[in-house]
Design a protein around this ligand. Structure first.
Ligand SMILES: NC(=O)c1ccc[n+]([C@@H]2O[C@H](COP(=O)([O-])OP(=O)(O)OC[C@H]3O[C@@H](n4cnc5c(N)ncnc54)[C@H](O)[C@@H]3O)[C@@H](O)[C@H]2O)c1
Length: 474
């Protein structure tokens, strides 16, 4: 795959100033490719292409729906390529790269197409016509952890709204974005409506967020970078949609089937090697059940196989980079120094592995709410167990971090589970490990962000209201 070019105005073009970033395979620390790093000059080119595209007659709604279906079909044809590159670049086990990563894109697009069939883009209100029009040029900045999912839940609704897009994917996992650009080309996206520029945050990201002719930034990534994006976007008063970090609580009530709830909670926390923004990383258990829950959690963690992502039976591959590995190790050391009780895993490489960014599935019990491990996003396979007294205290602890992305409640008494769920300050509250719902809004409270993605909620992000007052009812 040639990643030395960008896709701008329907053409594969070289960067204005050649500069390249090595792509590292976290499983064996080898260089598995190189990607061009863009600059403000490339952003200007993409903005010009986007402006020209928006100046042409827009696609009708039915043309946009047909285009999205073609994109979904082209994505399905490239699913295996997408899965392979995800495994190389971020170390996700191949089975999960196929099922959890590559298959997500077409699924989101098909849901969006269904929503579009009934979505109201305009209506009469008294003497006024209220319309919902595309916001204009949308820059999309995405992370490496679930990269295909994050790209598609931005690109698809932006195109559905009628926007022109400029995508800057993560420089750590650029390959899937290059394939997605090939998919857009194969699906016949009109020139300039989808543009791809690779590069890093400080250079390309800042050029996008500060650009006066870009109308919106849709950003997914760390809270640190989300704040930087907001600051550099402020002088141009563009809309900024933020999907940021999380530290989601999983409340286990005292009537729960403990074996089942703890096992599922551990597995959910360690999915994608713990690199999921909405992972249930804080397990809240009644004090009286702490020792028992810790035993089950330790047993579950120890039963998981950490190994090469293409090996048969691997549950957890490496984390995405050496930097991420070092960060996680330092959190594990902090947990030990602050007095957390280590019941599984711990520092260093797992037994039998002597290179690669592999982390031992780690569980701390008897963590208290003010400890670092109870407050900060670790973004690796590290679960903490926190004890609580009654339901009110569980809710207080669950709500007591800077984040508010997701929360989970497990219990037999559905009325109690629901009542607790309503009191949790999180954008997604999952009751009794429900099935995946891609039509539900996805986004956070507090420092987890301010946007909503998926289905009709994602589409609304890319629309502006325009009121034609005095329009009349005809
Ligand atoms: N809420 C969500 O929907 C969601 C989903 C996935 C990941 N995340 C979060 O993403 C983070 C992990 O991803 P990451 O390590 O790639 O995050 P990151 O913030 O380091 O990078 C994300 C993207 O932002 C770019 N970037 C970095 N600094 C920038 C700047 N100053 N200006 C503009 N762009 C900049 C990067 O190049 C990358 O494309 C975690 O915190 C995770 O919780 C959130």
């Amino acid at each position: 795959m040639d990643q030395t070019k960008f896709y701008i105005d329907g053409q594969w073009v070289s960067p204005e100033f050649p500069r390249y970033i090595d792509i590292l395979n976290p499983a064996d620390e080898t260089v598995c490719g190189k990607v061009a790093a863009g600059s403000a000059a490339d952003v200007d080119r993409a903005v010009d292409a986007a402006k020209a595209a928006l100046a042409r007659p827009p696609l009708s709604l039915s043309e946009r729906i047909a285009l999205l279906y073609r994109i979904a079909e082209e994505m399905e044809k490239r699913e295996e390529d997408l899965a392979q590159v995800i495994t190389d670049e971020i170390g996700v086990p191949l089975w999960y790269a196929r099922k959890g990563h590559a298959a997500a894109g077409p699924a989101h697009i098909r849901i969006l197409c269904k929503e579009l069939e009934t979505f109201a883009f305009e209506w009469i209100q008294g003497d006024t016509l209220v319309t919902r029009v595309p916001i204009g040029i949308a820059a999309l900045i995405t992370p490496w952890n679930v990269p295909i999912n994050q790209i598609i839940i931005k690109v698809a609704p932006a195109l559905a709204a009628g926007c022109a897009t400029i995508l800057k994917p993560s420089e750590i996992a650029p390959g899937n974005a290059t394939i997605i650009a090939e998919i857009m080309e194969a699906a016949g996206v009109p020139a300039g409506l989808f543009n791809l520029i690779h590069g890093d945050g400080p250079e390309v990201g800042t050029a996008l967020s500060s650009h006066p002719e870009i109308d919106m930034i849709s950003f997914t990534g760390s809270t640190r970078a989300g704040v930087a994006v907001s600051q550099s976007a402020a002088p141009t008063v563009k809309r900024v949609g933020l999907e940021l970090g999380g530290k989601s609580a999983n409340i286990l009530l005292d009537d729960v089937d403990l074996e089942d709830a703890v096992t599922k909670g551990v597995r959910a926390c360690f999915m994608n090697s713990g690199q999921a923004c909405s992972a249930p990383t804080r397990m809240l258990v009644p004090h009286a059940l702490m020792d028992q829950a810790a035993g089950i959690a330790a047993r579950t963690a120890n039963s998981l196989t950490v190994g090469p992502p293409r090996a048969e039976g691997t549950d957890l591959g490496p984390v995405a980079s050496a930097a991420q590995w070092a960060r996680i190790q330092s959190f594990i050391e902090t947990g030990l120094s602050e007095g957390g009780r280590l019941v599984a895993g711990g520092p260093g490489l797992p037994e039998g592995l002597n290179c690669g960014a592999y982390v031992r599935p780690t569980v701390f019990s008897h963590i208290t709410p003010e400890m670092t491990l109870a407050q900060q996003e670790i973004f690796g396979p590290v679960l903490v167990l926190i004890g609580y007294g009654d339901d009110d205290e569980a809710i207080r602890i669950a709500n007591d971090t800077a984040y508010g992305l997701a929360a989970y409640v497990q219990g037999k008494d559905l009325a109690r589970v629901r009542a607790i769920g309503r009191r949790l300050r999180a954008g997604r509250v999952l009751l009794n490990y429900p099935a995946l719902d891609r039509t539900a809004p996805f986004g956070g409270f507090k420092q987890s962000g301010n946007g909503r993605e998926q289905g009709r909620y994602g589409l609304e992000e890319f629309l502006e209201y325009s009121a034609l007052i005095g329009h009349g009812t005809e």
